[in-house]
Design a protein around this ligand. Structure first.
Ligand SMILES: [Zn+2]
Length: 214
């Protein structure tokens, strides 16, 4: 491999709405690491994309989950079935949610909001909650902490970027070549900003990582 990372593009069509998700693959000395994996049912879509990037899907060794939202962890159980030796990694405090030991925070948020939604949005709200209730659970085998360093992607460090979810993590390249921010931040011009503030579980908390990301 010549490049330290690849960014497959997962394209979803929801009726009239298009959505693109960008899981990232980092190459290490002994690892091929997928960071996030898309919605439930995305396995085949991502397999196709990996092949288009000349990556053997069966050669993945690790799957890092930046946070518990279904567009990031939805296909994790499918990948574990596809690659039984795949090691699943997430932050210590995030791990109990994908494993089902704690009720998903997005589901809790959705259920709390449901009674306040205008009538015309309730079906959509209930469908979103149902999607979370039906998520396949997945055991996290390795817990990541702020400051952990790995040789993936020519050297990277895990950084805690709470706010969007309380234990969201990002990954920065040690030589500042790239940064994987999950849903912690987007670029507005050249400045990082909170991604989709309406989905941010703690907007005040989410401001703190932005400086670090910048
Ligand atoms: Zn998210």
């Amino acid at each position: 491999m010549n490049t330290p990372y690849e960014i497959p593009d997962l394209h979803y069509q929801f009726g009239e709405t298009e959505q693109h998700l960008f899981p990232t693959v980092l190459f290490g000395k002994n690892d091929i690491v997928l960071v996030d994996c898309g919605y439930p049912g995305s396995l085949f879509l991502l397999e196709e994309q990996l092949c288009a990037h000349a990556i053997d899907p069966g050669a993945l060794t690790k799957l890092v989950l930046t946070h518990q939202d279904d567009d990031h962890i939805g296909a994790a159980a499918e990948w574990k079935e596809r690659c039984p030796d795949l090691q699943i990694l997430a932050s210590c405090a995030e791990a109990p949610y994908p494993s089902g030991d704690r009720k998903d925070l997005r589901l809790q948020q959705g259920e709390a909001l449901q009674p306040q939604l205008p009538e015309e949005q309730r079906t959509f709200g209930e469908q979103s909650c149902e999607r979370y209730r039906n998520l396949n659970t997945i055991s996290v085998a390795f817990l990541l902490r702020d400051g952990d360093r790995f040789d993936w992607g020519d050297g990277c460090e895990i950084i805690a970027t709470p706010g969007h979810t309380p234990s969201h993590i990002s990954i920065r390249s040690l030589d500042n070549e790239y940064m994987i921010t999950g849903d912690a931040a987007v670029l507005e011009g050249r400045q990082p900003a909170i991604a989709n503030p309406e989905f941010c579980l703690d907007q005040k908390e989410a401001q703190h990582p932005l400086e670090r990301i910048a």
